[in-house]
Design a protein around this ligand. Structure first.
Ligand code: 5GP
Ligand code: MN
Length: 352
């Protein structure tokens, strides 16, 4: 084989060894990921799941609630268990596990009802994540906010552990899918040259990256597409002087377009393509809760905005939060927030 690209060892070598040893000595391994799992959550979890399963070890993968339909093509997707559908079975699995992986989330609050059960479990706990501010209740913490996806971290873990040869096509597809979705198809957060070295290593596993793109981004229903058009034309407010834009969808709006989970994924990115907009927000009325998504450019700290006003968090340029109250209240708090952040928003545009 031709010489492989070299990848720097950003995970501490002793942690790589500890994680591999923990996998080898565990009997019942559980992989978990965050609420409303996205491509990176599912991609990183499935890659690690396949890797462990191929070692003939017992491994389960539980996610708190369901994931979007455009991930359903992935190998192993039907083996994922959804906690919300059968909490009793989920709790039994957590209780029987002696090693628990927490992937793509920093604190147990992000796995909803599973959180306290994972926290109180005597199992060994390993966090692998790229969100800032990791919790402390873990035995091994691999927290790398500078890396754009947890899927990339799983690749790096296996590569550093000298397991590149063992990576299967299914694992490579999952990793690629997570890297691709967390960078918007490598359009943001993706300037690290090593990302492309890793992609070249994944392509050597015979993955079809165009097919993966198509499965994820060209797989929408007609209703979803019309919902996007409706949202952009009827449910967008632009605040040019604050360099911000808001998209918002009520329950009623969503019903009109037969909303399916995942249908609004990516909507929040669109307003950033308007000249002069550095901060985009999407507010969606969900079951008993208001969900908020934030995206920014030029280093506007949307995770600070999310944590200060909406009990949320995330990355500097991609964050989210929740609000318990009415849809109208959430919009009002958002507008007040914009005024509060006026100086920082104006500062951010200067970086253009
Ligand atoms: P999205 O807008 O795609 O739902 O979320 C973007 C990012 O924001 C996620 O990767 C996650 O880091 C963060 N995030 C989303 N929702 C929440 C939330 O309710 N709480 C916290 N702490 N972070 C969130
Ligand atoms: Mn992620």
């Amino acid at each position: 084989m031709n010489k492989l690209p070299s990848i720097s060892s950003i995970i501490e070598p002793e942690k790589v060894k500890q994680i591999m040893d923990a996998i080898d000595s565990a009997h019942n391994i559980l992989i978990t990921t965050h609420l409303s799992p996205d491509g990176d959550a599912i991609g990183s979890s499935l890659a690690l799941y396949h890797f462990i399963k191929n070692k003939d070890k017992k491994v389960r993968l539980i996610v708190p609630n369901s994931f979007p339909y455009f991930l359903k093509w992935m190998d192993g997707i039907n083996e994922i268990e959804i906690f919300e559908y059968n909490p009793a079975a989920g709790l039994t699995i957590i209780k029987n596990s002696d090693l628990i992986f927490s992937l793509d989330y920093n604190v147990s609050k992000r796995v909803g009802e599973m959180g306290p059960h994972i926290e109180s479990s005597p199992a060994k706990k390993i966090l692998i994540d790229h969100h800032p501010l990791p919790g402390t209740n873990f035995d091994i913490i691999v927290s790398k906010p500078e890396i754009s996806s947890t899927s990339e971290l799983i690749f790096r873990l296996l590569f550093q552990a000298d397991k590149y040869d063992e990576i299967t096509k299914a694992e490579a597809e999952s990793i690629y899918c997570g890297m691709m979705t967390d960078t918007g198809g490598f359009t943001y957060n993706s300037s690290d040259p090593e990302i492309y070295e890793i992609i070249s290593l994944l392509l050597r596993k015979n993955i079809d990256k165009d097919m993966i793109y198509s499965h994820v981004f060209n797989n929408y229903s007609e209703d979803r597409f019309r919902l996007l058009g409706f949202t952009l034309s009827q449910r967008m407010k632009v605040y040019p002087e604050l360099h911000s834009a808001l998209l918002y969808l009520s329950k009623e709006d969503q019903k009109q377009f037969k909303f399916n989970k995942g249908d609004t994924e990516g909507f929040v990115n669109y307003p950033l393509s308007i000249k002069g907009i550095v901060f985009s927000t999407f507010i969606r009325e969900d079951e008993g809760i208001i969900k908020l998504s934030f995206r920014s450019q030029n280093d506007f700290p949307c995770n600070k905005f999310a944590s200060e006003l909406f009990n949320g968090g995330g990355h500097l340029k991609a964050s989210g939060g929740e609000f318990k109250g009415t849809f109208e209240e959430a919009i009002r708090i958002y507008i007040e927030g914009l005024k509060k952040y006026e100086e920082i928003l104006k500062e951010a545009i200067k970086g253009e």
